[in-house]
Design a protein around this ligand. Structure first.
Ligand code: SF4
Length: 94
């Protein structure tokens, strides 16, 4: 009798069941949506100010965006910012 045709013993059946269960758990975890958000920095940590710095301002920064509610927001600074603001992480749009 070939190995693949050997009768399934209770132990082998349990092992196969365990492998199938582990595979299902790994698949479920890998496919789960990621909801972890990175915390944003405090304004003072980046010396944020509500006025431009030498002509550089948030609305010309790569990290600037406007939220669906119309607020000016930054990808790394927490809270509402000013389009005319600036911080040391300023990164000009290219
Ligand atoms: S990184 Fe600084 S300059 Fe750029 S949008 Fe955010 S707060 Fe404004």
């Amino acid at each position: 009798m070939e190995k693949s045709q050997a009768p399934i013993t209770r132990r082998r059946g349990l092992l196969r069941g365990t492998h199938l269960l582990l595979g299902a758990v790994v698949t479920a975890i890998a496919g789960a949506p990621r909801t972890v958000k990175a915390a944003k920095a405090d304004k003072k940590d980046f010396f944020y100010q509500d006025k431009p710095n030498a002509g550089r301002h948030c609305s010309s920064c790569n990290l600037y965006s406007v939220s669906p509610s119309g607020k000016s927001v930054c990808a790394i600074i927490d809270g509402e910012i000013s389009a005319e603001g600036w911080c040391m992480a300023y990164s000009p749009r290219t």
